[in-house]
Design a protein around this ligand. Structure first.
Ligand code: PA5
Length: 459
């Protein structure tokens, strides 16, 4: 069981503009300060995602409830968005066989399907509700704030449908929300709906290891204990302020330095593993929403994370990565042992294809990853590789923790608060205004001052 971070392809001996040993030495005090900043934040109690032991009692409650309720369930439906949805998708894709929801109940070993409804397009909402038998489903309404318009509108619809079908809300709903605040908490109390807490010091995009992720995981029968064990092992491994001993600090430092010193602010995460492909959108939200900020001095900073999938994107975005602007880093995710074992490519076909026969599909996928890294190196493009033994719960927990810690370090290095998201608010408030929300009528002045579309320029 190992997680390795190979950063050779980010160094000056590999690519022009890469990190040199002298520069690393010069940066050491800055990195030590970033680590000290993280420790200070942890001591202030604002990094709740690290406090996995403190959350053990709530996690045990989640696991016990899930064990008691998953039997007989055909569907688990997450109603949530952003940090309240992307973690569940990443866990499902990594830890369940492909096309899980398309499998028969027998093929699923009696375990439920998992749907994550993270948008309010009526096509998706209607389509999902047409599929689900309300009497054999559990809707997980996941919202830290308990007020997000997208999630609340989904909740209102489901509530309505349950009432029409004569299903009691406590039999089909479960809430995950703040322990004290928000509408969901009040409804939970009034209507006796089973509810689990998002710790107040754990923000949405850092919440995958809280009930936000562990409740869907436990209902699916996934190994929550191993997920948490892997995360704790990674957290403890990242206890040093030295680059070589702390993969989260190394990841953050290299990405930040590539951005601010070499103009490489586009950070591609490219899993060469279908199990880990939905880790990339989860990372994108974490990196973008945490680091794209206005510094206290007023400068706008932040990297642009990009999802790519190997080998698929070798036939799409890799052309851009190779010959487009030299403004990117590429981080590969590599899995040594494929889920379900190797699958051999048969020989015996046309002679032109004989070179493939007898090799494995996983062998081919990993060779393609190495080839892409090599090709990028020939163009002087920086890459690094995160390599795991297997894409199982333990390794996934480790990767999630590594990226969360790296985000805090990167916040220190960019000089921004990675835990807030003030830039998201105005859009939300203008939506509330359009819907006549009584608390947001003061948005009228901003709304009215927006330049209207000019019909002369509507083509
Ligand atoms: O990371 C975040 O804080 C956001 O992406 C939130 O997760 C998202 O806005 C949903 O918020 P809530 O869980 O309060 O409904």
């Amino acid at each position: 069981m190992t997680i390795q971070l190979d950063v050779s392809g980010m160094l000056s001996r590999a690519v022009p503009g890469g990190l040199s040993p002298e520069r690393l030495e010069a940066l050491a005090p800055r990195l030590a300060a970033a680590h000290a900043g993280l420790v200070a934040d942890a001591d202030r109690g604002i990094l709740g995602f690290r406090e996995l032991e403190v959350q053990a009692a709530e996690r045990a409650r989640v696991q016990a409830w899930a064990a008691a309720h998953r039997g007989g369930l055909e569907d688990v439906v997450v109603l949530g968005i952003g940090g309240s949805a992307l973690g569940a998708v990443a866990l499902r894709t990594a830890l369940l066989p492909r096309d899980w929801n398309a499998r028969s109940r027998e093929q699923r070993g009696g375990r439920p399907r998992l749907h994550v409804l993270d948008n309010v397009d009526p096509r998706s909402v209607r389509g999902l509700l047409e599929l689900v038998d309300l009497r054999r489903a559990r809707f997980l309404v996941i919202s830290k704030s308990g007020s997000t318009a997208e999630t609340m509108s989904q909740y209102l619809l489901v509530r309505d449908r349950l009432a029409a079908a004569g299903v009691a809300p406590p039999d089909a709903l479960c809430f995950v929300t703040d322990p004290a605040r928000g509408v969901l908490r009040r409804v939970a109390r009034d209507e006796a709906i089973p509810t689990f807490d998002v710790p107040p010091n754990v923000g949405g995009r850092f919440s995958v290891l809280s009930p936000v992720g562990t409740l869907p995981a436990a209902l699916l029968g996934l190994d929550v204990d191993q997920l948490i064990a892997g995360a704790i092992a990674m957290r403890d491994r990242c206890a040093s302020d030295r680059f070589r001993e702390n993969p989260a600090l190394a990841f953050a430092a290299l990405q930040w330095r590539a951005h601010v010193e070499a103009g490489q602010g586009m950070h591609v995460l490219m899993p060469y593993s279908d199990a880990l492909r939905d880790l990339a959108p989860w990372f994108v939200q974490l990196w973008a929403e945490s680091l794209g900020k206005k510094q206290p001095g007023g400068a706008h900073v932040g990297p642009t994370p990009i999802v790519a999938v190997g080998a698929t994107d070798q036939h799409a975005q890799v052309q851009l990565f190779m010959e487009g602007p030299a403004d990117k880093t590429v981080t590969f995710l590599d899995v040594e042992e494929p889920d379900g074992g190797e699958l051999t490519i048969p020989g015996g076909g046309p002679p032109e294809l004989a070179y493939l026969g007898g090799h494995g599909f996983a062998e081919l996928l990993r060779a393609e990853g190495r080839a892409t890294a090599g090709a990028l190196a020939t163009m002087g493009r920086p890459t690094m590789t995160l390599r795991v033994t297997r894409a199982d719960a333990w390794h996934l927990g480790g990767l999630l923790m590594l990226f969360e810690l790296a985000t805090i370090y990167a916040g220190q290095l960019y000089g921004v608060d990675p835990l807030d998201q003030p830039g998201v608010e105005l859009g939300k408030q203008l939506t509330y205004y359009q819907f006549g929300h009584p608390d947001w009528q003061r948005m009228k002045a901003i709304w009215d001052a927006l330049p209207p579309a000019d019909p002369a320029w509507v083509l």
